[in-house]
Design a protein around this ligand. Structure first.
Ligand code: NAD
Length: 482
């Protein structure tokens, strides 16, 4: 008898996908919706060390045949999967909305379609790859990309479908076989993706999904010596564990980690646009690694900026993520909300000024009020630590050098946002901010061929375009005597 369960009319498999087959686990874990925590949506397989071994064995067995296909042959599978994602867009959107509470409209229009685009982008990039060919020292030389082997992809709970597809696509396109382990707080879109993988006709074992707890099945996967690449997105704390496991087996790994991005507004900027974007950092309840959570404003425009910021922040509507009028969704989990509230409580005790918000919106719900804090000093915990909730800090700076000093004063370096009307300043700030990505007068504009990653505690390595395809390959030089 099928053990599938239904979420908003969509049938979900609780099982792993290993070697092309649904595989259950004896143990399961409960999935709740942040929209109504008292309701259990279903139970999902809780993999263990044995599950991890089974999945790696399946990926290892499937690897030679998948690696032997041409990029164009592999691309047909990736495009077929993209077609199916587009066909099932509505199901994926509502399931992800129930599971982790991102805004339904944003999922339908932006994040689920981006999942399809991720597969198309890497399928085409792999096909378009031009080998470097040249002659030197009497030899004809070429650089070829060889598939690396079974690859483990570990993903976080925020934007789970977009991020999982973004990370799996380059590995598959490069000729690696994949084991995806989604986060246990939002496993449902990956469960649905498993059905689409089967429907797309991927050869058994090429694309596996195991469900479960990070410290259990996740730890089993990353420590398996048969694994040849590990690609991780999540917290710096987990990256340390995975980095140690990868080091033991001498396996390359990338880590896309947390951020504490500055959003810098100069007096010559379009202050209204900057204030609107700053208030927009509360979107998704601030559970966005790239968010500009430290608002840095030139002292001369402090009052004007704050007035506009409050104007835009006042327009936010906390509510059910399925309602089109909602702009702020609930947070993922009671444990996470308590963590966010803890930051604000400690800020209060520290003498930081809570300018707006600072409390749970409605008892029993997972909404936290959009909160702005003016810290006592740049050393305050709320300035230096990633909160990953709807909590922003506000500081002023005197001049460009002061802005750069504050911008670069945390251990993170994922992204930065600058508002200025000066092209020269835009150029200088783009270079001066210590981050993997700097946006000037815009935010979240993404070109999938551009490198993406962090500096410092924000990560190791780069995703995006050829950078990801290179990571998932063994680059080989072949030299033949002329
Ligand atoms: P997390 O580190 O707690 O968990 C991430 C994943 O790692 C989960 O799937 C978890 O099950 C797994 N995991 C945990 N312990 C493990 C272990 N010992 N071995 C193997 N796997 C293990 O992170 P989270 O709370 O899910 O995500 C939030 C964090 O992710 C934030 O810091 C956020 O900034 C970051 N993030 C970064 C990016 C980026 O692109 N840089 C994108 C999204 C989120």
């Amino acid at each position: 008898m099928s053990n599938r369960f239904i979420v908003e009319g969509v049938s979900i498999s609780p099982d792993h996908l290993i070697g092309g087959k649904r595989v259950p686990s004896k143990e399961t874990f409960a999935v709740h919706s942040p929209l109504n925590w008292s309701v259990e949506l279903g139970r999902i397989a809780r993999g263990d060390g044995e599950t991890a071994q089974q999945a790696v064995a399946a990926a290892e067995q499937a690897f030679p045949a998948w690696a032997a296909l041409s990029s164009a042959e592999r691309a047909t599978y990736l495009h077929r999967l993209a077609d199916l994602i587009e066909e099932r867009k509505e199901d994926l959107a509502i399931v992800e909305c129930m599971d982790m509470a991102m805004l339904h409209e944003s999922l339908r229009l932006r994040l689920i379609p981006r999942g399809a685009l991720n597969f198309r982008n890497y399928a085409d990039l792999a096909v378009d790859y031009k080998e470097r060919v040249w002659s030197s020292k009497g030899t004809a030389n070429r650089v070829v990309r060889m598939p690396a082997g079974p690859t483990v992809i570990i993903t976080p709970w925020n934007a789970p479908f977009m991020l999982s597809t973004w990370k799996c696509a380059p590995a598959l396109a490069a000729g690696n076989t994949v084991i995806l382990k989604p986060a246990e707080w939002s496993p449902l879109s990956a469960a649905l993706l498993g059905d689409l993988i089967v429907e797309a006709g991927f050869p058994a074992g090429v694309f596996n999904i195991v469900q479960g707890i990070g410290e259990e099945v996740g730890a089993g996967l990353v420590s398996d010596p048969r694994v040849r690449r590990i690609s991780f997105t999540g917290s710096p704390e987990t990256a340390v564990h995975i980095g140690v496991a990868a080091a033991k087996n001498i396996v390359p790994f990338t880590a896309e980690l947390g951020g504490k991005g500055p959003l810098i507004v100069f007096e010559d900027a379009d202050i209204d646009a900057a204030a609107k974007k700053a208030a927009g950092q509360f979107d998704d309840s601030g559970q966005v690694c790239l968010a500009g959570t430290r608002i840095l404003v030139q002292a001369s425009i402090r009052d004007k900026f704050l007035e506009l910021f409050h104007h835009y922040a006042d327009q936010h509507v906390m509510g059910d993520s399925r309602d089109e009028s909602t702009t702020i969704s609930p947070m993922i989990h009671p444990v996470h909300m308590a963590r966010v509230a803890g930051f604000v409580e400690r800020a209060r005790k520290n003498g930081d000024t809570i300018v707006r918000g600072g409390k749970v919106f409605k008892e029993g719900g997972l909404w936290y009020e959009p909160t702005l804090i003016e810290p006592k000093s740049n050393a305050s915990e709320v300035v230096q630590s990633e909160i990953f909730g709807p909590v922003l800090t506000f500081q002023t700076f005197v001049d460009e050098a002061d802005a750069v000093r504050l911008a670069n004063s945390t251990k993170y370096g994922l992204s930065g946002i600058v508002y200025t009307s000066s092209a020269e300043r835009a150029e200088r700030m783009g270079l001066a901010i210590r981050a993997g990505t700097v946006w000037v007068n815009c935010f979240l504009v993404r070109d999938l061929t551009a490198p993406f990653g962090g500096v410092g505690t924000s990560g190791i390595g780069r995703e995006g375009g050829d950078y990801a395809l290179d990571f998932h390959s063994e680059l080989k030089t072949i030299q033949i005597l002329d």
